[in-house]
Design a protein around this ligand. Sequence first.
Ligand SMILES: C[S@@+](CC[C@H](N)C(=O)[O-])C[C@H]1O[C@@H](n2cnc3c(N)ncnc32)[C@H](O)[C@@H]1O
Length: 714
Amino acid sequence: MGRKAEFSEKPRKGPGRKARKQKPPTFPKKSFAPLDNSDDKKLSHRQKQRLIKRDQKKKIQNAKDKKFKLFPDENKEAERNLQNHTLLKNSEKRKSIGFSDENKQWLKPKSTKNKTQGKKDDLELEVESNEEGSDSDDQDQESETDEQESGELSNGNEILKVGSLADISDDENEDANSNDDFDVSDEESDDTASNNDVDEDDDVDSDSLLPIERENKKLKRREAKEADLAAKEMQMSIDHQEIFSFPDNDSEENKEITLQEIQQRIKDITLVLSDFKKYRQENHSRTEYLDLLRHDLCIYYSYNDFLMGKLMDMFPLTELMEYLEASEVPRPLTIRTNSLKTRRRDLAAALINRGVNLDPLGKWTKVGLVVYSSQVPLGATPEYLAGHYMIQGASSLLPVMALAPQENERVLDMCSAPGGKGSHIASIMKNTGVLFANDANRERIKAVVANFHRLGVINAIISCEDGCKFRNVMTGFDRILLDAPCTGTGVVAKDPSVKSTKNEVDVQRCYNLQRKLLLTAIDCVDAKSKTGGYIVYSTCSVLPEENEWVIDYALKKRNVKLVPTGLDFGVEGFTKYRQYRFHPSLNLTRRYYPHTHNMDGFYVAKLKKFSNTIPMTKEQQEADEKELDEAITNAESVVNKNTDPMEKSVHEENELRRPLGKHAGKPNLSEVEIDLKKRKLVESKTKYIANEFEKPLKVQKKHKVDHKTVSLTP
Ligand SMILES: C[S@@+](CC[C@H](N)C(=O)[O-])C[C@H]1O[C@@H](n2cnc3c(N)ncnc32)[C@H](O)[C@@H]1O
C-alpha cells in the first residue's frame, strides 16, 4: 500500500538543521526539586506500613515521656546513662570507621558489658527507642538510630555472643545503605515472632539493598531458622526414638524381611554403634551388633561375609557406608591421549566434533580426559582406530606417573596385558630406550601386541614369561612396573562378581604370588642404574594383605626402601591394620578409593633399590621361595577344588572310571592326556618371546634336488 504523499506541507526555508544553533537545555520543574512528601503523593503499601509503625512508636514514646515526667528521680539515672552511652557510642563510632583491628577490640567489651549490665542496657534501649521515635521525620538520623538500635537489640538478645570482625563488616555494609523503602513481607513478619524487632531493623536496612540481595537475606534467615528447627527435631527424634531392639534368633528365622527393612536396620544399628553406651541393649554385646550389621550389609550390597568383614576391618563405619555406596556406582569413563600420535587438545577437538562430551581429567594429568557422554562408541571412532587414545581408568595412570620412566632407559612392565600402562610408559619414553612388556597369559599377550600396533609403540619387546622366573630371562633394568595380579576388590563397580566370589584362599594365593613377583622384580632391577633403580608396585585391590603386607615383606627380604610416589593426592597407606604393624615408611605409599577420589580402589608404592646384594644366604632365599611356591600351589589346588565345579565333576568322573583288574592302580588315559596337555601349556608359556614389529625372516627357497642325479654323480 505505501504511505500517502503529503503535498500540502511546504518545505522549510532558512538554515539547515545542523546549522541551527542549539538552545540551552530545559528541564521540567520537578526534576531537581526536593522530594515532595505531601499527602497527595500516592504511598506504596510498604510506605503505608512504615507510617503506621512510626505512629505506633510515637505513641509509645509519648507514653514513656509522660512516665518520665511523673517519676523524674527514678529516671534521672537512666538519663545519665543515656548521655554517657551516647558519648561512648559516638567515640566508638569514630573509631570504627574502616574496620581496622581496633574495631575488633571495640567489639569485645560489648559482650562482656552485656554480661554484667544486662538490665541496665534494657533500660537504655527503651530510652533510646523513644529518642529515635521523636526524630522519625529525619530520614538520615532515623537510619542512624535504627542502626544503633539494631546493634543494641542484638546485644540484648545474644548476651554471650562475641561477634567476629567479618560479621560486623557485613552488618556495617548493610547499614551504610539504609535509605530506601521498607520490604517487610507479611509472611516473614508472621513467622519471625521471636526476632521481630531485629527483623524490623534489618528490613529498614535492607531497604537500600537490591531486590535480589533482599531476597538473599530473607532466604538466609529462613535457612538458618530451618536448620535450627531440623537440628531440634533431629535431637528430639533421637531422644524419643524407640531404641532399636535386637531381633531374637527364633523370630528372625521365621520372619521374612524386606530390603527396606534391612536398610532401616542398618541405619538403626549404625546409630546404636555411634553411641553404644546410650543405645545398646544390655544383654547384647558390640560384637553381636557388628555381626548383625555385617549380615545386613552383605544382603543389602550383595557381598559375601568374608569380603564385608575385611572392609569392616579397614574402614570406620561412616566411611564404610560411603565406600559401599560409591562402589555401587560406575566410575566415569576416562581415556588417555596417546602423546606418541597426538596432543590432548587436538584429540579433544576431534572427539567433540563427533559428539563426545568431555573434559580434561584433572590438573594432575596432562593426558587424561573424562567422557560424560558420547554419540559414538568410543572404542570404534577413527581416532581410536588410529591410536590417538586408549580407554583407561583414571587410576591406571597413577602407577606409570609414579614410575616416571626416562628416555633411553631399559624398563620392564612385568605383568603387562592388555598393555594400557605399558603403552603409557612407551609414550613417556617417547619410543626411545627399550620397554620389555611381559605377561604370563598367552591369550592376553595378543591384546598387548594389538594395542602396541595401534598406538604406534616401537620400542617394545613383548614376552610371555612367568614373572616369578624373570630373573632367569633378564636383569639390570633401570625401572620395573609390577602391576600385580590381584583379587580386584577395588573394581567392584566394574565387576560386581568380585563382591560375592572372592574368599580367603583367593587372597592368600594372590598375596603369595605378589610377594614372589615383587622379590623377582627387585632382583631384576639394577641398584647402580644411573637414572633409576626404582620399582613401582600397584594393584587394583583395597585389601592390606595384597598391598602394605606385600611391601612390608619385601622391605624385610631385600635391600629396598620406600620413597614418595610423587603423586600429590591419595590416602596414606596403612602402617597398622588390626593387630598387625607395618614399617612406618608405609605411609609413603598411596591408596585411592571410589568415595574419596571417584576412582577405582587402587594402591601405589614406589621402592628404591639401594644395593644389588640380597641380605640373606642362598639357602634362606631358596627356602623362602619354596615356601612361597608351596603356598601358591596349595592355594591353587584349594581354589580349583572349591571354585571350579566343572573341573570338579570331571575329576569325580575319572575317579569313578578308575580301571579295575590288571589295570588297577595304573593311570587311565585321560589322566595321561591331562598331564601331557599341562606340560605343553607350561612349555608354550615359557618358550614364547615375541619381538614387537619383528620382520619376518626371509627364508631362501630350497631348490628341488634330483636324488637320482646326486646319487649317480661321483
Ligand atoms: C592387573 S593385570 C595387568 C594390567 C596391565 N598392567 C595393564 O595396565 O594393562 C595383571 C596381569 O598379570 C598377569 N599375570 C598373572 N600372573 C603372572 C605371572 N606369574 N607372571 C606374569 N604375569 C602374570 C595376568 O595375566 C594379567 O594380565
